[in-house]
Design a protein around this ligand. Structure first.
Ligand code: IPE
Ligand code: IPE
Ligand code: MG
Length: 249
């Protein structure tokens, strides 16, 4: 058995500069399991606990939105048994934690192609969304069967359809208009993107939305990522100077 040591959090965070929206690429579950000579699925199972830990802590810190990349459109390349296992995790996650998330006023949302998931997975996720729809705390969005390129193409098709039907003109197609057609349309813009496991790439995550986000790449494997690493990432964020193309005086 492996027990997690609770690490001391000693970053002096500026509570007036907490990122509004943090997006996580939850990576390293397979390597975490391999290190323990366990199947990859065990890593995915343990990784779901990290989502609960970070959602509660982000909510406590006053983060408005947290988006987690749970399954990419490219992850279908994996063995069917691994994919099937991942598709069962929402049930396990919400059975264990939905009540606690509800009690903490967390709202569940979803981006991606839910219609491609098994019916039971769709139902579990839709129930969690419906049950938490009136909550006003952290918005926890699952990017599941999600791909950034796919999202951009879907938005483009919607806009073309509206143009074709005469509902909009070419001049109406602005950045604001485009954003309103993305799956993230009701979320604040992403301030901080954190990827675990040391990989330094986006792997098709929120390609449009990350244009001006700050990036933190952390070596920790996802099941070991905890409150201390969240505070560390926010401390790095707070040390950055965001210029958005301008010049700071
Ligand atoms: C992230 O962990 C979870 C998913 C992509 C579904 P991985 O399964 O990618 O773990 P590694 O990268 O192989 O260690
Ligand atoms: C990105 O991780 C997808 C998710 C975390 C859901 P991957 O492990 O699939 O990414 P690559 O293959 O290393 O780029
Ligand atoms: Mg990976």
């Amino acid at each position: 058995m492996f027990f997690k040591k609770k690490r001391k959090i000693d970053y002096d965070l500026d509570m007036t500069n907490i990122p509004k929206h943090i997006a996580f690429i939850m990576d390293g579950n397979g390597r975490w399991a391999k290190k323990r000579k366990m199947p990859r699925t065990y890593g995915h199972h343990e990784g779901t606990k990290t989502i609960r830990t970070l959602a509660l802590e982000a909510n406590r810190l006053g983060v408005k939105a947290m988006t987690v990349y749970a399954f990419s459109t490219e992850n279908f390349k994996r063995d069917a048994s691994e994919v099937e296992y991942i598709f069962k995790l929402p049930k396990e996650f919400f059975n264990l934690y939905l009540k606690e998330l509800m009690d903490n006023d967390v709202q569940i949302r979803y981006i991606g192609h839910l219609e491609m998931a098994p019916i039971e997975t769709q139902k579990i996720i839709n129930d969690a969304i419906a049950q938490t729809a009136q909550n006003h705390g952290l918005i926890l969005t699952f990017a599941f069967i999600y791909g950034g390129r796919d999202e951009i193409i879907e938005a483009t098709k919607d806009i073309c359809e509206q143009y074709k039907n005469g509902h909009i003109t070419l001049e109406d197609i602005t950045e604001d208009c485009f954003e309103r057609h993305l799956m993230t349309k009701d979320l604040p813009s992403v301030d901080l993107m954190v990827r675990s496991s040391g990989e330094c790439r986006l792997s098709n995550f929120l390609l449009w939305q990350l244009a001006y986000a700050e990036f933190v790449f952390d070596e920790t494997l996802w099941p070991d990522f905890d409150e201390e690493r969240l505070h560390h990432a926010i401390a790095i964020y707070q040390g950055r100077e965001r210029r958005f193309g301008g010049v700071l005086k």
